[in-house]
Design a protein around this ligand. Sequence first.
Ligand code: SF4
Length: 454
Amino acid sequence: MSHSEKAAIFNKNEAKVNWHDKALWYVREKRDNAAHNVKGWEYLRDTASKIKGNVLSNLDNYLIEFEANAQKNGIKVHWASTAEEHNAIVYKILEGSNAKKVVKSKSMLTEECHLNPYLQNRGIEVVDTDLGEYIVQIAKETPSHIVLPAIHKTKEEVDELFQEHLGTKPSNGNPEYLTNEARKHLRNKFLQADVAITGVNFAIAETGGFVVCTNEGNADMGAHLAPVHIACMGIEKIIPKEEHLGVFLRLLARSATGQPITTYSSHFNKPAEGKELHIVIVDNGRTEQLSREDFRSSLHCIRCGACMNTCPIYRRSGGHSYNATIPGPIGSILSPGKDLTKYSSLPFASTLCGSCSNVCPVKINIHEQLYKWRQLIVKDVKQPFVKLTILKMVGKVLGNRVLYNLGGKSARFILKFAPRFIVYSKLNSWGKARELPKIKNENFDTWYQINRKK
Ligand code: SF4
């Protein structure tokens, strides 16, 4: 299904759409307050963008430097060119440790590689320990947002889910009670885990160490309790030096949730005594994206989610309508690079208002890239017959003054005098959720002629 078809399903529940919209706008406002309280915010964004630009231009060197330093620290480094390779490497490490139980903290890369089903099909128990991820895991869904994975669920829905899966008492959606119940349940999973899998927010070439940011401390809990820690990272997560962390950590939390800093920004540099630490470095289409001049800066992304929170389309269509691991504006410029036909509707799921680019902490020109994908898609992907025909007709009318004036006159007449069921028929998408403005007698041209003389 296309984005608009999936969005239509989400839009059937109007109350939920309104609530989803407001909840995300609240996060956007928190982001604004946090950003405005930092002197030199724009300078920070500029610096972050330049550091990422430098990283992408020297990626091979930084990755090799990172590998050498990580190995010096006793970390085992693995390379995967595809999602399948990544999954096979992780499974091999689990087999080598005789592991049957895994706790996992939030990692969009492992979502992208579909690691959970891969391991579960091989008899491994995988438990997502981020509360939002845990909720979507037991609901057998995918995250609908990269920072707030269960934002599409109301607390009452979570209440019902927990009653069914954890045997909790009805609490009328009491968040404190529900969080405590999840905490009790997850604590046992942490204690029993053979291996902890985490993502990586920043990998530092200079030191060979990496940083994982969470608000719940679940990555630390998993990594510190289990004898084996596997960290999975995309090749673009590299930053050159430790001093650059200050730039990104200040931007990340403020852009994501409006916090001054993520509650836990944990540094991993070497395995603890008697334990194993592995890093799997994954390409999976990233070098291809790097080679596309117009789209390479999409790899600057630090996964803060700010572009989703501000996007009027995302807020009103929900993350699942994108049918991609990364939804929203950034997902709409990353996904077509993976499969142009499958994701061809995504770059059109935008008003091109540019709000995403304005809030992006690493200054990705998201709306311009959306527009560029559109131009490629109309050339390379067969467009629906109705859309093509209508656009051809519109092109003809807009290119001919007489036709344009005639069309305008007829439309004004129909909108004014036709019965409501015709004006608000299925063809009128605009009128589905709102009243049309009062129809004037004349068009702008006539109005201008009269008023100009005045
Ligand atoms: S594109 Fe920018 S705003 Fe969107 S998630 Fe990535 S870093 Fe954040």
